[in-house]
Design a protein around this ligand. Structure first.
Ligand SMILES: NC(=O)c1ccc[n+]([C@@H]2O[C@H](COP(=O)([O-])OP(=O)(O)OC[C@H]3O[C@@H](n4cnc5c(N)ncnc54)[C@H](O)[C@@H]3O)[C@@H](O)[C@H]2O)c1
Length: 257
């Protein structure tokens, strides 16, 4: 029970990394608020937690909307009396997101609003709540694409994740003396809906797999374990860092045959 007496809010909690983290955090004793724009998957994971004897609640929140972010934080405090862990994890990857020439402004703005502004808004309303609780941990989901370039471009997505890393560092430095730790998580390519929607042929999958030392995509539950580390006391001396969980991807030049 590594998160006993903790209250966690997880954005994008209805699917992929968010979903696995909701289940793991609840198993570790946290009361969890699931925030998502998909009511059915959000409520489904809440039922699953309750079925396992854990505590969870769902709130509809579009992280790109300031009033939704304010309300989701208020909801956590109203339901459980405080907020001590905030996982800004919701993110999107759009079909029209490509290189600088072909990506249109609409795609750019939509991606930035959710992936980058959404993290800002989570922090804007979440940090005061963590202060009220006497401290806590924030985890922001970035990506390996914030660390390395790809000739399979998704420019808006990549830029948004680079922004998440830079913002995480600055906020961490700013709030370090308030008992608030803020770290970023950089997952490698995962076998979740977000990516598999794009990698819909064997050829597209192989184009990526050849660069992965482990020779496989990651699983959402493997990222949830890293989130648990960053949310818990196990990482008590870590702030302003980014934790890369990528099957060795960013360490590789040439992979084994
Ligand atoms: N899957 C990967 O390969 C990968 C790799 C690196 C980073 N990431 C990042 O991890 C995070 C989670 O990705 P995933 O793979 O679990 O994706 P996913 O698509 O399985 O889940 C994302 C969840 O976010 C929700 N969401 C979308 N827009 C939202 C909004 N405006 N407000 C609130 N919720 C919203 C969706 O409804 C969904 O439940 C994202 O930030 C993504 O960019 C994913």
């Amino acid at each position: 029970m590594m998160l006993k007496n903790q209250v966690a809010l997880i954005t994008g909690g209805g699917s992929g990394i968010g979903r696995e983290t909701v289940l793991l955090f609840a198993k570790e004793g946290a009361s969890v608020v699931v925030a998502d724009v998909n009511d059915s998957t959000g409520q489904e994971v809440v039922e699953e937690v309750k079925g396992q004897g854990g505590q969870a609640n769902y709130v509809y929140a579009d992280v790109a909307q300031a009033n939704h972010c304010e309300e989701m934080i208020n909801a956590a405090e109203d339901m459980y009396g405080k907020l001590t862990i905030l996982f800004n994890n919701a993110g999107v990857m759009c079909a029209g997101d490509d290189d600088a020439i072909s990506t249109d402004e609409k795609t750019w703005d939509y991606t930035m609003n959710i992936n980058l502004k959404g993290v800002f808004l989570g922090c804007k309303y979440g940090i005061p709540a963590l202060r009220r609780a006497g401290g806590g941990a924030i985890i922001n989901t970035a990506s390996f694409v914030a660390l390395m370039g790809a000739a399979t471009p998704q420019l808006a997505y990549t830029a948004s994740k680079g922004g998440v890393l830079a913002m995480t560092r600055e906020l961490a430095v700013l709030h370090a003396k308030e008992n608030i730790r803020i770290n970023a998580l950089c997952p490698g390519p995962l076998h979740t809906k977000l990516l598999m929607k794009f990698l819909d042929t064997e050829e597209k999958k192989q184009r990526r797999l050849v660069h992965l030392p482990m020779g496989r995509f990651g699983r959402a539950d493997e990222i949830a374990k890293a989130a648990l580390f960053l949310a818990s006391d196990l990482s008590s001396y870590m702030t302003g860092s980014s934790l890369t969980v990528d099957g060795g991807l960013t360490a590789a030049y040439v992979t084994a045959e």
